[in-house]
Design a protein around this ligand. Structure first.
Ligand code: GLU
Length: 306
C-alpha cells in the first residue's frame, strides 16, 4: 500500500474543511492555536513512518496522556485499579459531577478527566508525584524513541490556574474516599501529564505497541500483555472521545483517544497506529478536521476493526 500517497490524498481531501471547528479557549496557549494547522502521521510494524502536513509540530498531548498513564497504572496495580474506576462509557458531557455523585466518587472510566485523576492518584501510589511524572516521561521517550520529549511546565501552570473544575472533581472524589494522595499532589501530576509536548510523529510511534498486542514490533519490547493491550484499546473504542465515542466508532471504526488540543490518536490492530492533529473541535470536543481525516484514511486503507 502506498501510505504516502494516501496521506497526501487525505491532506487534499480535508483542505476544504481546514479552519473549521472551535479552538479550546480556557487557557491562552490553546486559544492561540491556529485552526488551519493539520498534521498526520502513521507508524507501521516495520518501523516505517509516513507523515504529511504539520506532523512534526509539537502540541500539548492533553488527554491523550490518559492512554499511557492507564497502561502504567495497570502494570502496577493490575486488576485492583478497577476498584477505583469503572469501564463504562459515560454518555454525559466530558466529566459530569452529577454522575460522579450518583456513582459515589468512582469515575465511569479512565478516559474522562475524573477517571484520569483517579488513575494519576493510583500511579503516584506511595511515592512523590514527581517520580510518577518521571516514569511517564521515561516511558514516552522510550516508546517514541526520542529523548527530547518533555513537559511544558508553563503550560502545566496555566492549566492549574484555570483548573477550578478539575479541582472540584478531585475534591469530590476525595470526599468519597477514592483518593489516597492530597488533591494538589494528584492534580500536579494530572496537569503536568496533560502538558507533555509531542508531535503526531512521536505519538503514532509511541502507541505502536497497542496495535501489536502490547509488543513494540520494531524493538521487540514486551511493553504490556496482550490482554491489557486489548483492554486499553477496548476502552479507547468505547470511551475515548467524550460524548462522541459512538459517533467516532461509527465513522472511523478504530480505537482512539481525542484531546482538547485537537489531536486524535488511533490504533489499527495488526496494522499500525496513527495520530492526527488539527486544533478546531466539533461540538463534542473532538478534532473536527482530524475525525474527517481519519475517516478518509480508514476508507483508503481498510483499517476499520469492524
Ligand atoms: N487539561 C485538560 C483538562 O482536564 C485535558 C482535557 C482533554 O484533553 O480532554 O481540563
Amino acid at each position: 500500500m502506498d501510505y504516502q500517497a494516501i496521506l497526501d490524498q487525505v491532506v487534499a481531501d480535508v483542505s476544504a474543511y481546514r479552519g473549521q471547528g472551535t479552538v479550546a479557549s480556557y487557557i491562552p496557549s490553546l486559544a492561540r492555536a491556529d485552526p488551519h494547522k493539520f498534521g498526520i502521521a502513521v507508524a507501521l510494524e516495520d518501523g516505517a513512518a509516513f507523515v504529511a502536513g504539520d506532523a512534526d509540530e509539537t502540541f500539548s498531548i492533553q488527554s491523550l496522556s490518559y492512554v499511557f498513564t492507564l497502561n502504567l497504572a495497570l502494570q502496577q496495580l493490575k486488576s485492583a485499579l478497577w476498584n477505583h474506576v469503572g469501564r463504562e462509557p459515560s454518555g454525559a458531557p466530558v466529566s459530569s459531577i452529577v454522575q460522579l455523585e450518583i456513582e459515589r466518587g468512582r469515575p465511569r472510566n479512565p478516559m474522562t478527566s475524573p477517571g484520569a485523576i483517579v488513575v494519576c492518584d493510583q500511579l503516584i501510589g506511595r511515592r512523590p508525584a514527581a517520580e510518577a511524572a518521571d516514569e511517564l516521561i521515561g516511558f514516552l521517550r522510550e516508546r517514541a524513541g526520542d529523548q527530547g520529549i518533555g513537559i511544558d511546565e508553563g503550560l502545566a501552570m496555566s492549566e492549574s490556574q484555570a483548573g477550578a473544575f478539575n479541582r472540584s472533581l478531585a475534591h469530590f472524589i476525595a470526599a468519597f474516599g477514592n483518593l489516597r494522595n492530597p488533591v494538589e499532589d494528584v492534580l500536579g501530576l494530572y496537569y503536568r501529564h496533560c502538558s507533555i509536548a509531542m508531535s503526531c510523529r512521536q505519538l503514532a510511534r509511541a502507541a505502536l505497541y497497542l496495535a501489536f498486542d502490547g509488543t513494540d514490533p520494531v524493538s521487540g519490547d514486551a511493553v504490556t500483555t496482550q490482554s491489557r493491550s486489548r483492554r486499553i484499546n477496548a476502552l479507547m473504542l468505547t470511551c475515548g472521545h467524550y460524548d462522541n465515542s459512538g459517533d467516532f466508532a461509527f465513522r472511523v471504526g478504530l480505537p482512539g483517544k481525542s484531546s482538547v488540543a485537537g489531536a486524535i490518536l488511533a490504533v489499527a490492530p495488526g496494522r499500525g497506529s496513527v495520530c492526527v492533529w488539527s486544533p478546531g473541535l466539533n461540538a463534542a470536543g473532538t478534532s473536527l478536521v482530524g475525525a474527517i481525516a481519519l475517516e478518509r484514511l480508514v476508507e483508503a486503507t481498510g483499517w476499520s476493526v469492524f
